[in-house]
Design a protein around this ligand. Structure first.
Ligand code: F0G
Length: 371
């Protein structure tokens, strides 16, 4: 059965023109990545996510500004982490690792679990007990990770896994692993490949500040190759209860409903400051209310479902909209899929949900306002 199914898949693949096949980001951007012909590529065909115009958000800003969403929630495990994980796990496999470890607010654990499974490795994940969205936990479980929910926050979990990988034969795949950023920089390549130029602004949610650093690296590499003629201003947004890069001080007890970015001591702190200085960018904080307002706008006005942390990029753009130059092109990164966290959607939706309707035509018509 398995054999005939894969034979059928091969037959289908062989009918597709080679140029139309997408075999993942390492295959697509190989010259820019640290792999050789003998590197065993561990991939789920991640990357190549859409850049979607969002006219209702652009209209709120006005002045001819164009706004696009880089919808990285459409990666195989539903977040941008797949970009970094294909590289990190590929390099771990190349080095002969048998196990990987990470701390996670959820998405990294899902991605680590999935890629470890593809690579035939064990995955250990440490998560803050009670602060991971249900969908992410479900993913890590199903992909077969060994999950340790610790009675502490993400920052503490990261300290522990760093020590674990220093002392035991296990590869750390958090964004302090440089291969993670190598993979994640390809999102910037994709943005430029579609726009034909770098945007004027890149708005992005920031937790550990790995992704903002990776995007900046990607834009710079393309700029050096003359694939774009400018570099964006990098605009990072944190949740106001977890905004160490805005206050300049470590947050001991970070809080926000955007649990993915509930981080008080970013691992890539210095890199983030460098990106801000080099790009002329800013770090700003958005409140949970602003995050939820943007989350609902994206869903209800644009048909785009992201998780709350992701909506921080759009909430932030709207907060500082008066600073956007006239006619600018802005890209907001939506880092994770809304399906990961259905509880938040149900809790924060004000749309009508008619429950307990009688299974009769007249009753249905009445509820719909036809009677
Ligand atoms: N958005 C989402 C949906 C995330 O899951 C994360 C980080 C970020 C943004 C922030 O990215 O850390 O590179 O600045 N999630 C990590 C995790 C911490 O464990 O899944 P960053």
């Amino acid at each position: 059965m398995t054999t005939s199914l894969s034979a059928a898949n091969d037959a289908i693949n062989h009918r597709l023109p080679v140029a139309k096949r997408w075999n993942g980001l390492i295959d697509a951007y190989r010259p820019y990545l640290p792999v050789t012909d003998s590197t065993p590529i561990i991939s789920l065909c991640e990357g190549n996510t859409p850049l979607i115009p969002v006219p209702s958000i652009a209209a709120e800003i006005g002045r001819g500004v164009q706004v696009y969403i880089k919808y990285d929630g459409l990666n195989p495990t539903g977040s941008f982490k797949d970009r970094g994980m294909t590289m990190a796990v590929t390099k771990a496999k190349e080095a002969g690792a048998e196990a990987i470890i990470c701390a996670s607010t959820g998405n990294t654990s899902a991605a680590a679990a999935a890629y470890a499974c593809r690579g035939g490795m064990r995955a250990f994940v440490l998560i803050p007990d009670g602060y991971v969205a249900l969908g992410k936990l479900a993913q890590a479980l199903l992909y077969g990770a060994e999950i340790l929910a610790i009675k502490g926050n993400f920052d503490r979990a990261l300290e522990i896994v760093r020590e674990m990988s220093d002392n035991y034969p296990i590869t750390l795949v958090n964004s302090v692993n440089p291969y993670r950023l190598q993979g994640q920089k390809t999102a910037a390549f994709e943005v430029v490949d579609v726009l034909g130029e770098a945007p004027d602004w890149l708005c992005i949610p920031v937790g550990n500040a790995g992704n903002i650093s990776a995007y900046w690296m990607g834009f710079n590499e393309y700029y050096a190759e003359k694939r774009c003629t400018k570099l964006p201003k990098m605009m990072g947004f944190q949740a106001s209860g977890s905004a160490p890069l805005v206050s300049g001080e470590r947050v001991k007890n970070p809080e926000t409903l955007a649990t993915a970015i509930r981080i008080g001591n970013p691992a890539n702190w210095q890199k983030a400051l460098d990106v801000q200085a080099a790009s002329g960018g800013q770090f700003n904080a958005v409140t949970d209310q602003e995050i939820i307002a943007a989350y609902r706008k994206l869903g209800g006005n644009e048909g785009i479902f992201c998780e709350p942390a992701s909506a921080a990029s759009v909430a932030g753009l709207l907060k500082v909209k008066d600073q956007v130059p006239m006619g600018a092109t802005v890209v907001c990164v939506l880092t994770g899929n809304g399906l990961k966290d259905p509880d938040s959607a149900i809790q924060h939706s004000e749309n009508q949900f008619h429950q307990g309707v009688d299974p009769e035509l007249a009753a249905v018509a009445k509820v719909m306002g036809f009677a």
